[in-house]
Ligand binder design. Structure first.
Ligand SMILES: [Zn+2]
Length: 266
């Protein structure tokens, strides 16, 4: 590009302002070398119209205009790359999220495959010091999914889901107790369940404790009925601090309150 044409610059051209890419007054003595040929308007492509560029300074000026040109292109390219990267990233995030959900689902179902020791005894415990049921077991809920279009909420579908457990109101940090003797078979953070503990009581009976603020037991640990296993919280898909207590027999949900009569306030 530099020195591509052999045309001599005109005096008028020499008096015109610095061409794009020129570096200011300190390079004025070299203007003639980088000015456009007669009859041509200075433009960002002036590099191709420069006169002979024999000295190093004019070569530098031409190189400058070349850098300027590629900087614009680079900006566009980088913008495109950034966009592609973001799309890739959100796809990756979605795929990672789906992997996470699939893993958590399989962890849950693996738990119910267990044939643990018979640990359950007649000595049962309440999961909380105080019971106030905010949502009964097996009540159906309508879940509505939305999508946002130009800041407006658009319904995309609704489905009926069963509430497979009982919600017990509780202040965050208040104790949660194991409802029976058993072995901890799951104690981890999950997307929907939040901090989630499952206890295997044997005979295919499992109890589950969701949305805890704090897990106080580890997988493999044996617990007694009434032993503190965690704290009430609002983790996972939860709209307020509460304990969601589930009971399963070989993975089939049953009403935890059916196990024994809980003293229910209200
Ligand atoms: Zn619940």
């Amino acid at each position: 590009m530099a020195g591509g044409e052999e045309s001599d610059p005109s005096p008028e051209a020499a008096e015109s302002p610095d061409p794009p890419g020129g570096s200011g007054t300190e390079n004025r003595e070299n203007l003639s070398a980088v000015q456009p040929a007669p009859g041509k308007e200075p433009s960002s492509e002036s590099g191709s119209d420069t006169g002979p560029a024999h000295d190093s300074q004019s070569a530098l000026d031409s190189a400058d205009s070349e850098i300027q040109e590629t900087a614009e292109e680079r900006e566009k390219r980088e913008q495109k790359e950034k966009q592609a990267l973001e799309e890739e990233k959100s796809e990756e995030q979605l795929s990672n999220f789906m992997k996470k959900i699939t893993l958590e689902k399989s962890l849950r179902s693996q738990v119910f495959e267990r044939k643990g020791n018979d640990l359950i005894t007649s000595r049962l415990s309440h999961p909380r010091d105080m019971h106030y049921v905010t949502s009964q077991c097996f009540t159906s809920r309508v879940k509505v999914s939305y999508r946002y279009e130009n800041g407006r909420r658009v319904e995309v579908g609704r489905r009926v889901v069963m509430h497979n457990g009982v919600d017990l109101r509780g202040r965050p940090g208040t104790p949660i107790y194991s409802i029976a003797d058993g072995q901890v078979v799951l104690a981890r953070s999950m997307h929907f369940e939040g901090n989630f503990t499952i206890i295997d009581h044997g005979l295919g009976i499992f109890s589950g404790y969701m949305h805890q603020s704090n897990l106080r037991v580890q997988v493999g640990q044996y617990v007694r009925a009434g032993e503190r296993i965690g704290d009430v919280g609002n983790t996972g898909y939860s709209t307020g601090p509460h304990l969601h207590l589930s009971l399963w027999i070989r993975g089939v949900p049953v009403d935890p309150i059916s196990l024994y009569s809980l003293p229910i306030r209200d």
